[in-house]
Design a protein around this ligand. Sequence first.
Ligand code: PLP
Length: 414
Amino acid sequence: MTESVSQRAQTEIGKVRDYSANNYAPLPLVVESAKGAWITDVDGKRYLDCLSAFSSTTFGHAYEPFLEVLRAQTEKISIASRAVYVEGFGDFAESLAKLAGKEMILAMNTGAEANETAIKIARKWGYRVKGVEEGKAKIIGAEGNFHGRTTTMISLSNDEKARADYGPFTPGFELVPFNDAEAIRAAIDEHTVAVILEPIQGEAGVSVPDEGYLQAVREITREHDVLLILDEVQTGFGRTGTTFRFEAEGVDPDLITVAKALGGGIMPVSAVIGDEDVMGVLTPGTHGSTFGGNPLAAAIGKAVVDELATGRWQRHSQELHPVLFDGLRALEGRGVTAVRGAGLWAGVDINPAIGTAHDVCMDLIERGILAKDAKPATLRLAPPFVVTREEIDLLVREFTAAIEARWAAAQERA
Ligand SMILES: *Cc1c(COP(=O)(O)O)cnc(C)c1O
């Protein structure tokens, strides 16, 4: 692949390597523009975008209704800070709270910040409402989680690559195996204020827990007066076929964190959503963010909520779900070992005998499909809502061809 990269692409890649810290290993393509479900590189080659910026561009690129809001709002005011009231923030807060069936929101910018905020709220709630001894609050998380990259969020992680050399870590966390509700019960003590989980672990390779797991966790947390925080940063806003994953699971969390798709593929927008009895512990001066809830973010966030409130995107992704999953599952036993997911979100395990997930991604790039490995043997597919039936057929066709070629080569070697 790298040999076929043009001079223009080489120049960009070289500059990034020279002048940007090396904290990513990007796929070897240089994107110039994008519209809808398609990305175009500097050489004019087009790719069906099945990465969707880790579910940030869930409505596709340059979605016209969001661009209209962007134009209109930037003409009025973009950034104001929360030191003043700006018309529109209230509408955004109301619409997002109602979309989630909750009473209020707190606006931030990134997913990690939303989770940081939820941790702070949960601790404060623990001291002020539950009556936990000052400084002792404990929060339980799941192994394999991804909640962001800040020092506190990696303190809650067991990913050694994400943690190495960044200690000392924030205390007050305990990890238990994912998909094991009894382990949560056993870990709860008198200092426990919250359990934080992704309803489906995205970075772990679209790891879907057993049916009933989240409901069991909800019962256990209620029994012990412990908050349930669901990190819907990646699963939220229709990615899994319902507006939020907790709906499909039939659970009512105390706090929900959202980000990624809330920014409409245009800018970072995040929030914590909850009821007044928990969110109400915050008072002026105790938490904040210069950019959190800025007028532009509020306008775009409101537009995203309005799109989802119609339900048509959720229906569209549910309709396309079987097309994608039947296509992928047909490869099980022939180069693919497992397919997991919901809605338009799939984790595909690749048989190591045919290569790594990254190898398959490189083949897919050659075939005009953009996707990224989540783990060495797991590839994640997340096409945007604007994708058509024909484009899902194309994805399945190219994916199948890529896997079949590797499977045939592996059979020959064997
Ligand atoms: C991406 C992600 C985050 C972090 O979001 P950032 O905006 O990158 O800080 C947190 N939780 C989950 C589940 C995510 O997928």
